[in-house]
Design a protein around this ligand. Sequence first.
Ligand code: 6PG
Length: 250
Amino acid sequence: MAKALGGVAIVETPAALAAEATELFVRSAAEAIGDRGRFAVALAGGATPRGLYTTLAGEPARARVDWRRTWVFFGDERCVPPTDPESNYRMAWETLLGKVPVPSGQIFRIAGEATDAARAAADYEATLRAVLEPGAGRCDLILLGMGLDGHVASLFPGSPVLEERDRLVAAVETRAAVVSRRITLTLPAINAARRVLFLIAGAEKARAVAAALRDPASPLPAARVHPRDGVLTWLLDRAAAAALERPATT
Ligand code: 6PG
C-alpha cells in the first residue's frame, strides 16, 4: 500500500485510492485533534471522493474518526439548492455526513441556493475566518479533485480568480459543463491548509496530472496548489498516473 506522506502516491485502483485516502483522512484527523482539539476539513465535490466518503461512513473507518470534534467545510459548491442532484453538499450528506455524528452546528454549507452568490461567498469567508483560526481561515485538511482541464474546486483555467490574493472565497462564472455558476475557495484559502490532498483517478486525467506535476510554470489551476506551510499529497490511481510514468515527450 502506498504511504502518502507528501508528494505523489500511486495506487492501483479507485478502490485502493479510497482506502489510502481513508488512512490519510483518519491520520489527519487524529493529528489535528491531538494537537489542537479539533479537525477542520474541507470536502471536495464531484464523483471521485464518493468512494472515500462511503468508506469513512462505514466500519471500521467510522469508529476511527472523532466526528464530534470534526468541523466540516466545502471547497466549492454549485449555485443550486442543497437538495439538487448537482449539489456537492447533497452528495457529501448522502455518502458521509448523514451517516456520522458530526454535530450539525459544525457542518458549514456554502449557500448555493443564494440569489446573490457574491454575498453568499462573502458570508462564507466571514464564517471561515470566524470559526477557524481567528482571521486565518486555515483548514487542517482540504480535499481536492481535478477536472480534465486541470481545474480544482471551481477554479478553472484562465479564471481571473486564480490571481486573487486576499479573498478566501469567491463567486465565479465558469465554463463547467455542470452548473456554471459556482462559489469556490480561492488559492489563498487552499494554500493556507495544513494538508492538501488531491484525489485523482482515471486515464482521462493523466495528461492534466502530468502537465501540472512536470511543469512548475504550468498555468493549470492544479499546478498553483502549493500549501504555504503545509503538506501537499497527490494521491493517484495507476490510470491517472500513466503519463507521469511515460518519458516526457520533448
Ligand atoms: C466540483 C468539484 C470539482 C471536481 C472536479 C473533478 O464541484 O465538481 O469541486 O473541482 O473535484 O471536477 O470531478 P470528478 O471527481 O467528478 O472527476
